[in-house]
Design a protein around this ligand. Structure first.
Ligand code: SD4
Length: 342
């Protein structure tokens, strides 16, 4: 109880003081610098996203605003893994999935959204102005347009068009593990392999603001060359994203179907509620996927990223290659996740 009161006082104080402070250290996790505000996000592209989100967090802004700002930044980046510049489905159409969740467990999502630049903001509109959680396809687009979002031309980015043409030569659909980060060397990894083989990428981000409140968001064009109408984990609350402001938050990247099957991020948060560190919680969720079908697990990638209410973060993936980016007062860097196979 005393601890709770102290912490509350501490958080109140923090809201009026400089946002860049180290609260205390906790060495229970491998990646554990208890500092907030903090923003963590999937992949090396997360460095750019974190920088955008940090502008909000460092000005004592709300975590959910930082999430939206960070996601919009990457959605604006052409020839990148998410947003309208991302890879299309097998019919050559870019369809976007996104979701957002705040500290009050409010949430909103869109799936299969076409020709709208900022699905994360549409998801937020769903969250804040409707009694619903998820809008899909034409309905989501209609809602976006009614709410002032511009309808963009149905046009593939240069890199997506190249990858799609290459893919059309065989039209073979075979999700692969995310191996691009081993090769790219740069901050913006392509989400297709040089020969056009289908690959995928996603931006999931989690933030804790100076008040200690958590929020998260995900935005993606989903698996490259997916069936038209396919929705992945990134639009599904409890799969690609879950936030419980009393416990922690989690997000995922990789083969969405595997994440949906185990309600992945909800599971990670529940593992944290049971007292597991973020890394251990992610590991237990990964183990659940691997255990279900160890042979299949060798052929795919899923990575979970989590943060708890103390600001401790951690990650775990099926395969080597999952990386994530962290920005706080103490650090600004890319971490390699531990993994189960390989
Ligand atoms: C999906 N989870 O659509 C997304 C893809 C992804 O790294 O995360 N790629 O299934």
């Amino acid at each position: 109880m005393a601890d709770k009161i102290d912490r509350r006082k501490f958080l109140q104080l923090s809201a009026f003081s400089t946002p860049l402070f180290a609260a205390k250290k906790n060495f229970a996790d491998n990646f554990s610098f208890l500092t907030f505000p903090i923003v963590i996000s999937t992949w090396d592209t997360g460095m750019q996203v974190n920088a955008a989100a940090w502008k909000i967090l460092s000005a004592n802004g709300r975590a959910v605003d930082a999430i939206e700002t960070g996601a919009r930044h990457i959605e604006d980046t052409l020839n990148c893994c998410v947003g309208l510049g991302g890879n299309p489905d097998r019919d050559g159409i870019v369809t976007l999935d996104a979701c957002i969740m705040d500290e009050h467990s409010n949430c909103g999502a869109v799936a299969g959204l076409e020709q709208i630049k900022h699905p994360i903001s549409v998801a937020r509109k769903v969250m804040e102005t409707t009694p619903h959680v998820l809008l899909v396809g034409n309905g989501a687009q209609q809602f976006a347009i009614e709410n002032g979002f511009a309808k963009e031309p149905a046009q593939l980015s240069e890199s997506a068009e190249k990858a799609y043409k290459e893919w059309l030569k065989t039209s073979q659909y075979k999700p692969l593990i995310n191996i691009e980060n081993k090769k790219s060397g740069g901050p913006f990894a392509p989400n297709f392999l040089p020969n056009g083989t289908p690959n995928h990428d996603t931006m999931g981000l989690l933030a804790m603001d100076t008040k200690g409140n958590l929020s998260g968001g995900v935005t993606t064009s989903g698996m490259a060359f997916k069936l038209h109408g396919r929705v992945g984990d990134s639009a599904v609350i409890g799969a690609g994203l879950f936030v419980d402001n009393e416990v922690g938050a989690a997000t995922s990247s990789g083969v969405g179907e595997e994440v949906i099957r185990i309600c992945g991020t909800h599971l990670v948060v529940e593992f944290m509620r049971q007292g597991n560190s973020p890394e251990m919680a992610c590991k237990k969720a990964v183990d659940r996927i691997v255990k279900r079908n160890p042979e299949k697990a060798k052929t795919l990638q899923v990575g979970f990223l989590a943060i708890n209410k103390k600001g401790v973060y951690g990650a775990y993936a099926i395969q080597k290659g999952f990386v994530f980016s962290v920005k706080s007062g103490n650090e600004n860097k890319i971490h390699e996740s531990k993994y189960a196979i390989g």
